[in-house]
Design a protein around this ligand. Structure first.
Ligand code: DX5
Ligand code: ZN
Length: 221
């Protein structure tokens, strides 16, 4: 399986989003960070904006909800056609019930955990999710440094997925660049979110290709 690269438009130019979306057409999915100023100390956009992004994006949407009360809001993102909808374990009373609802609507269901949240309680219900997002920075802002101490969590997830022969995508988000992507791929990640390293320097298409090559070098040997 080849590495998936999902550029995060948190690092794009919000008033030129259509233009910036056009520069990442060679990526796998566009990562859309929804923040509510409660679950995280930052605010981005909501369903109306994400619906517009959906209509102009050349690639499908990977929506990452950093919000309280995902039971109330997440289904709306699935209904507007997001390819995947990921909500945080810390914000959700019954992650399995919400994942089932998202799948019923037709989206891939994702479970996200912050750097200090243990993964063990979720391993036994891992088949209820299409992807698990291990945050490699504290959620809220782009441009932070990758937290290497989260890697054992990925290894545990990867072992469990392999042991049970499942096809659950393992995603990392935060501080992913050409160097840290290798550590994440070695630990078992196969889906990589990158904001700054795609948009901040040089050409996004070249940066996507470099990231993909670096991850594939680890994943495919
Ligand atoms: C942070 C967001 C990330 C962010 C990553 O809370 O979830 O998706 O855009 O940005 P970089 O790649 O710059 O760390
Ligand atoms: Zn994100």
């Amino acid at each position: 399986m080849s590495a998936r690269i999902n550029p995060s438009i948190l690092s794009a130019d919000f008033v030129n989003l259509e233009r910036d979306l056009g520069t990442i057409a060679t990526a796998d999915l566009v990562h859309v960070d929804v923040m509510d100023n409660h679950f995280v100390p930052n605010l981005t956009f909501g369903p109306q904006m994400v619906g517009r992004i959906q209509t102009v994006s050349p690639i499908p949407l990977d929506v990452h909800l950093m919000i309280d009360d995902p039971e109330r809001w997440a289904p709306g993102y699935a209904e507007l056609g997001a390819y995947s909808v990921t909500f945080h374990a810390e914000a959700c009373q019954n992650p399995v019930a919400l994942a089932r609802r998202l799948r019923e609507i037709g989206a891939r269901a994702g479970l996200a955990v912050k750097p200090d949240t243990p993964i063990e309680p979720y391993l036994e219900v891992i088949e209820e999710f299409d992807q698990v997002l291990v945050m490699t920075v504290e959620p809220g802002f782009g441009g932070q440094s990758f937290i290497e101490a989260t890697m054992p969590k990925l290894s545990k997830l990867s072992d469990e997925v392999k042991r049970r022969g499942l096809d659950v995508w393992l995603q990392v988000d935060g501080g992913v660049d050409e160097h840290t992507i290798r550590a994440a791929a070695r630990a078992g990640a196969n889906t990589f979110v990158a904001g700054s390293s795609v948009f901040r320097n040089g050409e996004p298409a070249e940066n996507i290709a470099l990231l993909r090559a670096a991850a594939n070098a680890e994943m495919l040997g």
